[in-house]
Design a protein around this ligand. Structure first.
Ligand code: NDP
Ligand code: A1CAB
Length: 295
């Protein structure tokens, strides 16, 4: 049976109210957000990306045939409601200069940069607009592929409440946690925790799996136990009224096995190791801004 006029109208009106989101750059982070948005129900025809690297484009086209890919940015920028800058910080300046007129053609377009380190001030310097630009910085992370992202957002005063809400709604489709920061410099702090953070946990899980193997478990069992323990601990921490230190103490029987392990970690300065790692990422963000913002 065909669609009734009313149903057809409802679908058409939904489709026209759904923003067209165009990514410049179709790499790892773009893929995680694009795939997450599509899985959450965002129509593929309204998710576009430009990617000059043929091999990468072939991969994206075969894995996500419903999305709209292109070698050039110009066609994907035409008619975009939201543009996500998803290229490496090192090429962002050139991308903004090359796409200046397409990016500025519609004053209502919202430009969201996910690049680490590069400030809105520098992006505006390179865009050299003659009108206010709705510019947002977002620090996403790759678990957005599964709708499990943890994102930080920052917008300048130029961006309206309504536009901020739209940016948040888009990101909430792929992120369980979205925090707004009041000061742009805090995006570097978000990078240090959640932007780079998945890699810290992959490293810790890798080290736990290896230790389990050295202790006699098969690679498969060591990995399965590690992953489920990580997931179980996270779920407990998310649902419990206890704070993290209390949850830790509840596993740690006096003179027991956990105490022995925790004492070993404390004497190896685990807290310092984590603090130095987070600050190394944060400082690298600041350094990128100094290095690349000079031009
Ligand atoms: N990966 C992550 O976990 C996170 C990344 N980010 C940020 O996201 C951004 C992208 O990172 P990531 O996805 O990891 O990097 P990738 O290198 O995987 O992706 C960037 C892609 O952009 C392509 N590209 C280069 N120049 C252009 C151009 N002119 N037009 C369109 N595409 C172009 C690159 O092609 P080619 O390889 O040929 O240069 C590459 O495929 C970075 O700025 C990073 O700071 C933020 C949070 C987390
Ligand atoms: O490593 C990077 O620079 C990017 C930004 C945060 C995660 N990946």
């Amino acid at each position: 049976m065909g669609l009734t006029g009313e149903r057809l109208q409802a679908i058409q009106s939904h489709l026209t109210s759904v923003p067209t989101i165009s990514f410049i750059g179709g790499g790892n982070m773009a893929e995680a957000i694009l795939a997450g948005l599509h899985a959450s129900g965002h129509p593929g025809a309204k998710l576009k990306y430009s990617e000059p690297f043929q091999q990468r484009r072939d991969y994206m086209e075969s894995k996500y045939p419903e999305l709209v890919g292109s070698a050039d940015s110009e066609p994907v920028l035409r008619g975009a409601d939201v543009v996500v800058l998803a290229v490496k910080p090192q090429v962002l300046r050139q991308v903004l200069i090359d796409n200046r007129s397409a990016l500025l053609q519609n004053p209502n377009t919202m430009i969201i940069s996910i690049a680490a380190g590069i400030t809105i001030k520098d992006m505006l310097k390179w865009l050299n607009p003659d009108q206010p630009v709705n510019m947002v910085r977002c620090m996403p992370n790759t678990p957005s592929l599964l709708g499990e992202g943890a994102f930080g957002l920052y917008a300048t005063d130029v961006v309206s409440e309504q536009q901020c809400q739209m940016a948040e709604n888009i990101m909430r489709a792929v992120a369980k946690e979205v925090v707004w920061v009041k000061d742009e410099s805090l995006i570097d702090s978000v990078t240090g925790i959640s932007g780079s953070g998945p890699a810290y946990f992959f490293l810790i899980m890798e080290a736990m799996q290896n230790a389990g193997m050295e202790a006699g478990l098969s690679a498969e069992d060591a990995k399965a136990l590690t992953l489920q323990t990580c997931l179980g601990a996270t779920r407990m921490a998310q649902t419990s009224e206890d704070d993290l230190a209390t949850l830790r103490r509840k596993v740690t029987s006096p003179k027991g096995t956990t105490e022995a392990a925790i004492n070993s970690m404390e004497s190896n300065q685990i807290r310092d190791i984590m603090k130095q790692a987070v600050f190394a990422a944060l400082h690298r963000g600041q350094e990128l801004s100094r290095e690349l913002g000079r031009d």
